[in-house]
Every structure is written in structure tokens, then in C-alpha cells.
Design a protein around this ligand. Structure first.
Ligand code: GDP
Length: 436
């Protein structure tokens, strides 16, 4: 995500390092390069202009800090201005005082609305809510079934029109969906609506009618970050045709140039609430402007990483494993458990990509092979509990059995066992050194 932009900005800012004092000419040159980087990332021109003007003005102004050198000051200013155009503070979702709250999703076909409905439902459930998904996309073939599938995966109920009863009238379905939520005591209703491939009047009218009928607490405009400059045009059209209270960016996992993320907020005045970065239900994050800015500037996104980790880890178990690691008693069973917990956080390459400096290790990240991890998992699963508990007993004949059972070569099993012993030794040495 934002790789090209991030690389460009990082290298522009890196060029400033080591300079004792920045002349106005240095600042102008830097500003020019940032401008090109932003334009290439498809950020809308008015947004770029305003951004550059602000950065220049502040960098040349009297903001002298004792603590920061000139280069650091520019980085700080660029970072703060990025946070500002991304919306400043994190905006939380608005819910009604009297449930059910209604959240309506709008956007073009293919933007990722139905997928988002599932993600949102799962996330809301995790926050202790009892969402109901309502299928008002009656235009796209299969949209209703697709919503039922994601609803099932997210573990939430879906309200869909029964054949022969109001089919074809999304406004009616939306109203009945909200009634159903009241009846069955769901505290949030997520209304999925139809999109078209391009903006058209009828779609806008339909979305506006649904909005008028159910009076949502939030209307979220869902936009595919990969569509570049078009994102801004579409956002403007929806803003005028339906109106919305927040934006969700999807497909940030793609090779998005990031322009949409950086422009939509400025152009429409509405905040970005969520970011969707993959096809799976858990590929979803609350949007934090400050974290996104530091990610774009190659400073990593350690906070998001920590949040994922908190969700995936069971603190007590992790603590117990840490104690075992320190005392050299870690078993392959513990190892498998830790590995599964980490993998639950998402693809390993995505996780590492959030670390500072990850931009520079892109090639290595691309080589990280999930298949290798699958293999390790299969090997450990092929062992008996006694073997996992005490890998020392894994002799030649056991190795052969494990290899056959898990569909790998004996050398793979050997490799894993050897590495496990090495790792265990290293961990207990480290623990000794840190006095754990
Ligand atoms: P809708 O027409 O707006 O309801 O869009 P869908 O939810 O059907 O999504 C369209 C396609 O985009 C589907 O193939 C989804 O799997 C895919 N998709 C949705 N969100 C994301 C995302 O964040 N990343 C990626 N890579 N694909 C996504």
C-alpha cells in the first residue's frame, strides 16, 4: 500500500538528512519533489497545491525547535500536514442514542460494499454489538446471496427480501429491515445498497430514497482506492447526489497509489472512518490519520501492528509461553500455538510491512513464503503429542513416519527439528541475558 509514494517521500526527506541548515532554495527544491511524488500518486491537484503551500510556509517560517535538526523539522511538518489532510483526529462511528442505529453503505458496483458489510458486521460484533445486515442491493445478480454468505462467515443475521414479497423495491426492503432489527433487538442495522459501474441518476435517486426512508446515523461512501483520480469524481457525485457522513477506503492492499486516500477527505470534507485491505473478513481497520501518515512516510505503523497483536494473542497463554521460552522448556506444541496466533493476525508479509523501514525490505518481504509456514504447520501436526512435547524422542523412524504423514521430505522434518532446538537454545540464552 502506498509503496511508490512512500518510497518517494522517504527518499526526498532522506536527502535532507545531514544538512546543518536549510536555505529557502533547499526548501523549495524539497517541496517541488514532494509535489511530484504526490501528483504521481494521483492526489488531486488542489489538494497537492494546498499541501505544498502549507509545508513551504511552515518550513520557512519561524518554527525553530531546539530538539530537532532542520531535516527533522521538515519531516515533522510534512507528517503533521499529512495527518491534517487525512482528517486529523480519528473519527469514531456515530451510533444512535436509541437503537437500532442505521449504517448505510453506498458506492459504485465493485467498490467492495458487500464485502465491507461482512467486515463491519464482524468488527461490530467484536465490539459487543448485535448487527443485522440488510440486503438492498437487488440489482446485481447474486448480491443478496453474497451478503448471506459474508453474514454467515461473520456470524451475524441477514435480512433479505423473500421471493414474491417486495422483491425489486430496495426502499421497502430497507424499511422492513429496520423493523426486523427492532423486533429481533439488533442494535445496529447495516444496509447494503446497489451500485452501478458508473455514476448514474437512477442509482443516486435510489440511494437517496433509501437514505430518506431509514434516516441513517451514518452513510458510508465506499470507494476503491485503486481507481485513482476517479475516486475524487465519484466521491463528489455521491456527495451531491446522496450525501454521506464518512468514507471507507477499500483495496488498500492493492498497488494503490494512495491518491484517493489523500484527496477524498479534503475534497468532500467528510472523514475516512475505515480502511479495507484484503478480501478476508479480518482485513479491516479503523482508519487513524496519524498512523496512516507515519506509514506513508515510511515510519511504520507499529500501533496498528500492536492492535492486531492484541486481538490475536491470548495474554495469559503468551505469558506462559514466554516463561517456558526463558527456561528452555518450550515444546513444539507451544511453538505451533504461537505460530497459529501470529498467522491469525494476517499474512506475515503484511504484518512485517507495518514495521518501520519495511519499505526498504520489499524484496525480502515478497519472498516470505506462506507455503513454508504451511509446511511447518503440517509437520508439527503430523507429530504425536509425545513428540511435540519432547522433540528429542524423534528418531529416524519417527522422522520418516512424520514426513510421510505430512507429505514432506525427511530432510524437511530434520530441518525443522534442528531449527527448533537452535531457537530454543537461543531463546533461553537471551532470556538469561535479559534476566527474564
Ligand atoms: P460491491 O459491488 O460494492 O458490493 O463489491 P464487492 O463487495 O462484491 O467487492 C468486489 C470485489 O472486490 C470482490 O471480488 C471482493 O472480494 C473484492 N474486494 C472487496 N474489498 C477488497 C479489499 O479490501 N481488497 C481486495 N484486494 N479486494 C477486495
Amino acid at each position: 500500500m502506498f509503496n511508490t509514494l512512500s518510497d518517494r517521500l522517504t527518499s526526498v526527506l532522506q536527502n535532507l538528512r545531514g544538512k546543518g541548515r536549510l536555505s529557502d532554495a533547499d526548501i523549495d527544491a524539497t517541496a517541488r519533489e514532494i509535489r511530484v511524488a504526490l501528483l504521481e500518486a494521483d492526489v488531486a491537484l488542489p489538494v497537492v497545491r494546498a499541501f505544498i503551500a502549507k509545508v513551504k510556509e511552515r518550513a520557512k517560517g519561524a518554527e525553530v525547535s531546539q530538539a530537532l535538526n532542520p531535516a527533522q523539522q521538515v519531516i515533522k511538518i510534512v507528517n503533521e500536514e499529512l495527518v491534517a489532510i487525512l482528517g486529523g483526529e480519528t473519527r469514531r462511528i456515530n451510533l444512535a442514542k436509541n437503537p437500532p442505529s442505521v449504517i448505510m453503505l453506498a458506492g459504485l458496483q465493485g467498490a467492495g460494499k458487500t464485502t465491507l458489510a461482512g467486515k463491519l458486521a464482524k468488527w461490530l460484533r467484536g465490539q459487543g454489538h448485535t448487527p443485522l445486515l440488510v440486503a438492498c442491493d437487488l440489482q446485481r445478480p447474486n448480491a443478496v446471496t453474497q451478503l448471506q454468505v459474508v453474514g454467515e462467515r461473520a456470524g451475524v443475521s441477514v435480512f433479505a427480501p423473500e421471493p414474491g414479497n417486495g422483491v425489486g423495491d430496495p426502499v421497502d426492503v430497507a424499511k422492513r429491515g429496520v423493523e426486523e432489527a427492532k423486533r429481533a433487538q439488533h442494535d445496529i442495522v447495516v444496509v447494503d445498497t446497489a451500485g452501478r459501474l458508473g455514476v448514474d441518476e437512477e442509482m443516486m435517486r435510489q440511494a437517496a430514497d433509501i437514505r430518506a426512508a431509514v434516516n441513517p446515523d451514518e452513510v458510508l461512501f465506499v470507494v476503491d482506492a485503486m481507481i485513482g483520480q476517479d475516486a475524487v469524481n465519484t466521491a463528489t457525485a455521491f456527495s451531491e447526489g446522496v450525501g454521506f457522513t464518512g468514507v471507507v477506503l477499500t483495496k488498500l492492499d492493492g498497488d494503490a497509489r494512495g491518491g484517493a486516500a489523500l484527496s477524498v477527505r479534503e475534497v468532500t470534507g467528510q472523514p475516512i472512518l475505515f480502511a479495507s485491505n484484503g478480501e478476508k473478513l479480518e482485513d479491516f481497520d479503523v482508519f487513524h490519520p496519524d498512523r496512516m501518515a507515519s506509514r506513508i512516510l515510511g515510519m511504520g505503523d507499529v500501533l496498528t501492528l500492536i492492535e492486531h497483536a492484541e486481538q490475536a494473542f491470548d495474554a495469559e497463554r503468551a505469558e506462559a509461553a514466554a516463561v517456558k521460552m526463558g527456561s528452555g522448556q518450550l515444546t513444539l506444541e507451544d511453538f505451533l500455538e504461537q505460530m497459529l496466533a501470529i498467522r491469525k493476525m494476517g499474512p506475515i508479509a503484511n504484518l512485517l510491512g507495518m514495521l518501520p523501514g519495511a519499505g526498504q525490505m520489499k524484496d525480502q518481504l515478497a519472498m516470505l513464503d506462506e507455503k513454508h509456514l504451511d509446511r511447518v504447520q503440517a509437520i508439527i501436526r503430523g507429530m504425536t503429542p509425545a513428540e511435540r512435547d519432547d522433540p528429542k524422542i524423534i528418531n529416524a523412524s519417527r522422522r520418516l513416519r512424520i514426513a510421510n504423514g505430512s507429505g514432506v521430505r525427511v530432510s524437511d522434518v530434520n530441518d525443522l527439528v534442528t531449527r527448533f532446538f537452535d531457537a530454543r537454545k537461543m531463546m533461553s540464552q537471551m532470556a538469561g541475558r535479559f534476566g527474564l
